[in-house]
Design a binder for this molecule. Sequence first.
Ligand SMILES: Nc1nc2c(ncn2[C@@H]2O[C@H](COP(=O)(O)OP(=O)(O)O)[C@@H](O)[C@H]2O)c(=O)[nH]1
Ligand SMILES: [Mg+2]
Ligand SMILES: [Zn+2]
Length: 329
Amino acid sequence: MERHKGNRNLSVDANLPLHHGIIVEVLGPVVFVCRMEDGRIASEKPYACSLLGKKYAQGRPVAGDRVAFTIHSEVVQNRDYQGVIQSIEPRTSLVERLEPGGRKPRRLVANLDTLVVVASVGAPPLKPGLIDRYLVCAHHWKLDTLIIFNKWELAEEIDLLYVRLYEALGYRCIMASAKEKIELDTIRNTLTGRSSAFLGHSGVGKSSLLNELFPGAELATGMLSVQAQRGCHTTTASRLLPFEQGGFIIDTPGVREFGIYGIPSQELGHCFPEFESFASQCRFQPCSHTHEPNCAVRQAVEDDELAAFRYQAYLKMYAEIREQEKTAF
Ligand SMILES: Nc1nc2c(ncn2[C@@H]2O[C@H](COP(=O)(O)OP(=O)(O)O)[C@@H](O)[C@H]2O)c(=O)[nH]1
Ligand SMILES: [Mg+2]
Ligand SMILES: [Zn+2]
């Protein structure tokens, strides 16, 4: 990065101790890092760190990244920095999504052990097809999952039906309300000690839930309609909120769409666990379950042995991925 040239003496790094840290927030050129000791967050306040034009094998840092950083203050481009990211550890997982109409993925969060899908009922109404996108991502990276159905005080019968369907598929579901403070302890107990992140569409109440779970977090929350009109989101960068007893939850920016990225089309079927027992009986191996004759998955959908809405979600994602694969060559 050209702009850092001549701003500092790089030899400074060599004399300073390296600290272990975790990235809590990335705001443009400023990367906020909490110091860690023995796997626990040791600094209450994050350090505002710079990248100093360094190139990392992992590319640009993302919330959840484990890093080695040095602590020293300096001014770069009229900004006060308190440290420099020296290296980024290899990631165990990376949740990224494709922007609407985009070809370059946007990184959301790294190194999770639990992906929490936050959905809402009422406003905005439950959209199972969107939940499935996050679940696919979780399967791909072998992450534990939890689905939170927020705004449950507005739930109708159809919403409960979907919850029961996801439960039947083996997903842990919590029906909660930030507004009515329902099931907040269950969420806290489930996620304490884990590295998790809230993912879900704008307006479902991720930040509202986290404000309830972490008093003092003061995450911005917003009126959905106003936001949608203005085309902006209340949460623009990811924020990490640590539990006193260990573990943390990362709040991720509100997104309106979640384009699948980095999952090959032939792997997609494996991200739908309920397909597996049927897929092994398809006449063609491998089978894309889209058009092949004697496809046991399609037959199971026809026979109501597999939920049609899940199969529809599969088809939609499959078509998207194929489109990406075609333009990639
Ligand atoms: N009725 C109801 N509204 C909620 C609840 N949780 C959040 N909201 C509202 O939903 C809107 C979006 O919330 P926000 O936390 O910003 O959503 P985010 O984009 O997922 O972070 C705000 O106007 C909140 O007041 C809830 O449990 N019930
Ligand atoms: Mg938010
Ligand atoms: Zn098939």
